[in-house]
Design a protein around this ligand. Sequence first.
Ligand code: ADP
Ligand code: MG
Length: 344
Amino acid sequence: MQNQQLQNEPSITVSEDQLLKVQGLKTYFKLAKGNVAKAVDDVSFSINKSETVALVGESGSGKSITSLSIMRLIPNPPGEIVEGSIELEGKNLLSLSEDEMSKIRGNKIGMIFQEPMTSLDPVFTIGNQLIESLMKHQKMKKKEAWTKGIELLKIVGIGSAEKVMKEYPHQLSGGMRQRVMIAIAMSNNPKLLIADEPTTALDVTVQAQILNLMLEMKVKFGTSILLITHDMGVVAETADRVLVMYGGQIVEEAPVKELFLDTKHPYTIALLKTIPNLEMELERLESIPGSVPPAHLFPKGCRFAERCQHVMSKCKEQNPNLVEIDPYHKVRCHLYDQEGRGMM
Ligand code: ADP
Ligand code: MG
């Protein structure tokens, strides 16, 4: 019954609206002694125009490496995209020259990180960093870019924009720095905004303000968002669709409502239990026992098997495929093998 209702949801996506398409992406790191860390190991997903897709999973599951692969910012060596394609508006980013790619970064794709101190340059004023991006991608003259910079800071809710333009990153609070990062990331009206744990370092009130700001930007500019977070509460409030990542792979994918109401993968079920609930006493908040296996030591079977409450002997032998069990709902788990209607 629940399923039936969800399938009638109108918010389902169509492929002409596709903005980003990642297929069979593998990003590996060469380690000492011939070990290979399979940080991203055969990941496929797409993002539609104006859609917010959340990429969730515990620390070490491969979320940041997925986003850095899209930006082609994987440190090489030791890292390398060894297989797959990443298409933005039908163009494979992996076949672009470094020069062409640098025109995409900060222009068609904007990115904000967890800690803006690491991505803002401490020796330049906010104004300088904002106008640099505008002058590079929009060929603005300095004065025009300065005016536009002030306008952008006002859009992201910085009242004293003229003053902040002349300040250095360390003079601002964490929340203000994150607003500046959003202003820079949005300065060239990107098609896609990648936000990697953008609110993790902020206190709860500021977190909510920054998330709201991102959603306002999305409505105003029609931007698609890839939102990386380990916070399922944030996912519930912001995402249209969710990708759950574990051990370098996607283990479940569904529209947000369906993911919460009809959760399939034991890992997702466990993740959802980690959402703090106001009525719940703090001690009852569960964390998932055990930890993500290191990316150079994945077992041959299911990568979650060791921590799974439903583990079967098959799980230790064979890594399940990501299977579509309902339209728009995919899961990588042997519990659903019988129901599978297609394979990826
Ligand atoms: P997440 O963002 O989900 O916390 P990451 O994408 O940062 O996880 O990392 C996934 C895994 O990739 C890490 O657990 C690690 O094994 C591997 N990895 C990431 N960066 C490097 C690196 N520079 N060298 C070697 N391995 C790395
Ligand atoms: Mg990360």
